[in-house]
Ligand binder design. Structure first.
Ligand code: ATP
Ligand code: MG
Length: 429
């Protein structure tokens, strides 16, 4: 196929075989967030480029090299959103829903776009579920975010496969003091740093901590530690968070090198990581960003949030064999009709049944092939039962009711009794 008729590299179709698992995952998260009192917000996929530069920061990987940016027909520079926080902050400011100190607990879901090198768990269009909380400054809400994800891992059967890493970046003042100390230390070793780190040392020195380069990592062993520079308030905040995680029994490790890629974080940062996905190990990441709203033109407004990568979590569910069995079966009952008159009757009958059993997954296959081929399709659909309606059944106003999974003999059921009968043998989700 010519290249222009193929999907863009790193942007994937999610095929019908995969969508049940996606919907299971998304549905599980949505229900959980509803239960904790979070409300969904939907933002556009495109924003002014300036929004991301201002919020994410000019010297971050995302803004430096990952954004899909283009000119609108009227000359405005627009960008496909690489993440959700910037647009969410823009939206709450634009609608004035945090300006009076109102608490907002919001979540969103949707595609994000980053021009990265595509590989397993890393794509150019990928999907996140994220949330943001505004106007709650305490560690209790940082803890709530983590507790919710912990519950989610429990529901999905992933608790043993993920690990929580935590750090505190302090306030911007204490981080500034730390940055100075780190720059001083690294400058003394500048010749031994890898090229990326030498560049970051000038533009965004905290990111050097993030390096994957072994030699630079070795130098960092003796580098000053953020923990020694934390202000009292941040220290108390971090202790408050840890006490709450201990109270719930959520294990964590402190990772002093965890700085996150974006500029806007302060105090708490965290990542849920796994070793089940190779190099793409972070499945959920977030932190506090108390300065961001003000930086974007609003009143000082504490904020905290996270985002999880749906592709990586779906991959994990598959890799760990945590795909619920019932997802394999998308059909409960398969109705086969033979002959024109029977087809009409089958359609009317199936609609009557749906009236009474709105959650029944009933597939109708009228007019398509022989008895044998219809039966094959019924079987392949995964349905528990086949219903058969031919001329004989039509004359008697019955259907043949045939268990497909070895649950007994075929029987004849009157049309009037069909819904009631199905209600007893199909467990409806
Ligand atoms: P990484 O270090 O893996 O590049 P990140 O720090 O850039 O991640 P965030 O911006 O924090 O990622 O996004 C939150 C989550 O979104 C990540 O933890 C990951 O699960 C997912 N994610 C980020 N980038 C991608 C991508 N290109 N493809 C698939 N998932 C992604
Ligand atoms: Mg990244």
């Amino acid at each position: 196929m010519s290249k222009s008729l193929q999907a863009i590299r790193g942007m994937n179709d999610i095929l019908p075989e995969q969508t049940p698992l996606w919907r299971y995952f998304e549905g599980t998260v949505a229900r959980l967030l509803d239960n904790y009192g979070y409300r969904q917000i939907r933002m556009p996929i495109v924003e002014f480029t300036e929004l991301f530069k201002r919020s994410i920061g000019e010297v971050t990987d995302i803004v430096e090299k990952e954004m899909y940016t283009f000119d609108d027909r009227n000359g405005d520079s627009l960008t496909l959103r690489p993440e959700g926080t910037a647009a969410c902050v823009r939206a709450v400011l634009e609608h004035g829903i945090t300006g009076g100190g109102q608490v907002q607990k919001l979540w969103y879901i949707g595609p994000m776009f980053r021009h990265e090198r595509p590989q397993k768990g890393r794509y150019r269009q990928f999907h996140q579920i994220g949330l943001e909380v505004f106007n709650l400054a305490g560690p209790d809400i940082d803890a709530e975010l983590i507790v919710m994800t912990w519950r989610l891992w429990g529901e999905l059967g992933l608790r043993d496969a993920v690990k929580l890493e935590l750090n505190s970046l302090g306030t911007s003042e204490s981080r500034g003091r730390y940055r100075e100390a780190l720059v001083e230390f690294l400058s003394a070793h500048v010749d031994k740093l890898d090229e990326d780190s030498q560049r970051r040392l000038k533009t965004n020195p905290l990111r050097v901590l993030d390096t994957k380069h072994p030699e630079t990592q070795a130098i960092l062993v003796d580098a000053p530690k953020m923990a020694d520079y934390l202000d009292d308030e941040s220290r108390a905040h971090f202790e408050g968070l840890k006490a709450r995680l201990d109270a719930v029994g959520i294990p964590y490790v402190i990772n002093p090198k965890l700085v996150r890629g974006l500029d806007y974080y302060s105090k708490t940062v965290f990542e849920w990581v796994t070793d089940k996905l190779g190099a793409q190990g972070t499945v959920c990441a977030g932190g506090r960003y108390d300065g961001l709203v003000e930086q974007m033109g609003g009143k000082p407004t504490p904020g905290v949030g996270f985002a999880m990568g749906i592709e990586r979590l779906v991959l994990m569910l598959e890799a760990l064999d945590k795909v619920p069995e019932e997802l394999a079966r998308q059909v409960d009952v398969y109705l086969c009709a033979f002959g024109e008159a029977a087809e009409l009757a089958a359609l009317a009958l199936s609609e009557r049944v749906r009236d009474q059993l709105p959650n029944l997954r009933l597939q109708i296959n009228a007019g398509a092939g022989s008895f044998k081929s219809q039966f094959k399709k019924a079987d392949k659909s995964g349905a528990l039962y086949a219903l058969i309606l031919g001329d004989d059944e039509l004359a008697q106003q019955v259907v043949g009711f045939k268990p497909l999974r070895g649950q007994g003999e075929q029987q004849s059921i009157a049309w009037d009794a069909l819904a009631a009968h199905l209600a007893t043998c199909v467990v409806q989700g």
